[in-house]
Ligand binder design. Structure first.
Ligand code: PMP
Length: 382
């Protein structure tokens, strides 16, 4: 129950274990081509160009930053924590003049604040993290992207902890680059960087005056490869992670079989049930309101008198949760991922394990109220 790598389905794991084919075998070309087509549906990005590249989520961020920024461009990062800082560092590295729209821990700037900030300078792009993995904060991508696009900016959404779990209608909402990694709600072990790039972003890329200062991530190297695979033709720039792409095919198929609307609703419902359980035993969330809390991940403060050894006690019950990540509060809270193949029983087992851990650490704590509240939330939400 950590925020990635998550649990993977048996079909995905068995696709990983099949014999590795040539990257230009007819079977693999078909598999890769289908993945690109399915990505457009999962990212709700029908008119965008998908990219599947071997690497981690950080490479997906690098791909966005290195291709879209030229020295002197102004970029605004709507910052919610750890990965917003990382995106800002990258944009700086590629020569952008970066400003941050910061918020207190557990909050995120609203559309009105963004509108004001965009009046100050002539920004070329706005970057945001959909679900902040360090705080569990959910960013309002729909309204923030609309404001950024109105101001003529390109938008980058880091969806690593949200994509395929938290609703993101890339094309409709004006997301120019929607990037993620395989190991979270996409449901594939770590190793794939997945990115969709809009027509606007491709135009900006094509009008670059300077070469992309990153050889591996350069879209010029990858675009012909993606176009070839989609036409079921072989092509080579860097050897694809063949087995991970077979696994991605299995997972994207499962995601689309569930249906995007049903999948978003399931993630919301499980998150609400988990947080109903947590709240019933007095655990406070890092996000300031339920509206700001992500459907894929919960960040919870340790209760009064309980320290970070709580996670070890939870892990001892067979449920693995993660410690804090945001540098300002890292020893005050823990994180629970509820995404991908996560189900009702996982939620109940996790709330139960937290209760048992608290009972071990605090004689005055009686277990039961959390699981009862989570059960009630699950049974009333259909
Ligand atoms: N962005 C976010 C929001 C993340 O959660 C992560 C990984 N936890 C990354 C980027 C970086 O991904 P990776 O670790 O796969 O490089």
């Amino acid at each position: 129950m950590i925020p990635g790598p998550v649990e993977f389905s048996p079909e995905v794991l068995s696709a990983l274990g099949q014999p590795t084919t040539s990257h230009v075998s007819p079977d693999f070309m078909e598999c890769f081509g289908q993945c690109l087509q399915m990505m457009r549906q999962v990212f709700l990005a029908p008119s965008s160009q998908p990219f599947i590249v071997a690497g981690t989520g950080t490479l997906a961020m690098d791909l966005a930053a290195s291709n879209l920024v030229e020295p002197g461009d102004r970029a605004l990062v709507i910052n919610t924590g750890y990965f917003g800082d990382r995106m800002g560092d990258m944009l700086c590295r590629y020569g952008a003049e970066v400003d941050y729209l910061d918020s207190p821990v557990g909050e995120v700037a609203c559309a009105e604040r963004l509108r004001e900030a965009l009046k100050d300078k002539d920004y070329a792009l706005v970057a945001m993290t959909h679900v902040d993995t360090s705080t569990g904060v959910l960013t309002d991508v729909k309204n923030l992207s609309a404001v950024a696009k109105d101001a003529g900016c390109l938008t980058i959404v880091d969806g690593v902890c949200g994509t395929a779990g938290a609703e993101c209608r890339s094309d409709e909402w004006g997301v120019d680059v929607h990037l993620t990694a395989s190991q979270k709600a996409i449901g594939v072990p770590p190793g794939l960087a997945l990115v969709t790039v809009s027509e606007d972003a491709l135009r900006k890329f094509e009008s670059r005056a300077t070469p992309v200062p990153n050889y591996y991530a350069d879209i010029n190297n990858w675009l012909p490869i993606m176009q070839a695979y989609e036409a079921r033709k072989g092509a080579y720039f860097g050897t694809p992670a063949v087995n991970l792409v077979y696994a991605l095919n299995a997972s994207l198929r499962e995601i689309l079989d569930e249906g995007m609307e049903a999948r978003f609703a399931r993630h919301r419902r499980l998150a609400q049930a988990f947080r109903a359980g947590a709240s019933a035993i007095g655990l406070k969330m890092v996000p300031k309101t339920e509206e700001l809390a992500a459907p894929t991940l919960s960040a919870l403060y340790y209760p009064e008198g309980i320290d970070a050894s709580l996670t070890g006690h939870i892990n001892a019950s067979g449920v693995i949760v993660a410690g804090g990540l945001h540098p300002k509060i890292s020893d005050q809270y823990f994180r629970v991922g509820h995404m991908g193949v996560c189900n009702e029983s996982d939620i109940l087992a996790t709330v139960g394990a937290i209760e048992r851990a608290l009972a071990t650490m605090d004689d005055a704590f009686t277990a039961g109220a959390g699981v009862t509240a989570a059960q009630k939330a699950l049974s009333t939400s259909g």
